[in-house]
Design a protein around this ligand. Structure first.
Ligand code: 5GP
Length: 204
């Protein structure tokens, strides 16, 4: 018997390696699909409309909210970001697990709407290491690095509301951890109720 698709949320402060972990994870997972969000921010180099995000104008984004097409949304660094109902439904209806890569407030809103969603938070080994990684990347000013570390500290406050915490100390291990979380969640008793019934039914 096939299990239904599960709604997963993955959050992490900037610089924790969330994208790298998820890219590797998607290569290895047979069941997970990425639920493409909508945003009003401009595409970055290499980003493809419909793959990384649905890039919308503010008016189009607001129209989607009005039409009930957005499950949750937030304003982050001056841009709107939102989870599209269609992106999630298309995956779940095809028996896939839907993965939302969203920030902490969005995650909390998903939890309120979907009590059986599974929330995973990716942590840096320490804030000092996070700061050091951001500095090594050399892409941001010292002021921005301090701001991002402060932001990370705020976001870490939300981690206690998630179901699983994964520390990104070693990329391969973090990917393995995420795959394990998915596997364990699939076997959760409450998600397998029909399976149990069918086995009991066959025996009688
Ligand atoms: P970025 O601009 O770097 O792609 O994303 C900025 C932040 O917005 C990241 O933390 C990302 O996870 C979050 N984000 C992306 N899509 C959504 C969404 O649909 N909803 C919410 N709440 N956050 C999102």
């Amino acid at each position: 018997m096939e299990n239904k698709g599960i709604l997963f949320v993955v959050s992490a402060p900037a610089g924790c390696g969330k994208d790298t972990i998820l890219n590797e994870f998607f290569k290895r997972s047979k069941t997970a699909g990425y639920a493409v969000s909508a945003t009003t921010r401009a595409p970055r180099s290499g980003e493809i409309d419909g793959v990384h995000y649905h890039f919308l104008t503010v008016d189009d984004f607001k129209a989607k909210i009005e039409n009930g097409e957005v499950l949750e949304y937030t304003e982050y660094c001056g841009n709107f970001y939102g989870t599209l109902k269609k992106s999630v439904d298309d995956l779940l209806e095809n028996g896939k697990d839907a993965v939302l890569k969203i920030e902490v407030e969005g995650a909390m809103n998903i939890r309120k709407k979907f009590s059986d969603a599974c929330l995973v938070f990716i942590l840096p080994p320490s804030l000092e290491i996070l700061e050091e990684r951001l500095r090594k990347r050399g892409t941001e000013s010292e002021e921005k690095i301090i701001e991002r570390t402060k932001q990370a500290r705020t976001e870490l406050e939300f981690a206690k509301n998630y179901d699983y915490l994964i520390v990104n100390d070693d990329l391969n291990e973090a990917v393995e951890d995420l795959l394990s979380v998915f596997r364990a969640e699939k076997l959760r008793k409450t998600r397998c109720a029909e399976l149990l019934e069918s086995i009991k039914g066959e025996k009688n």
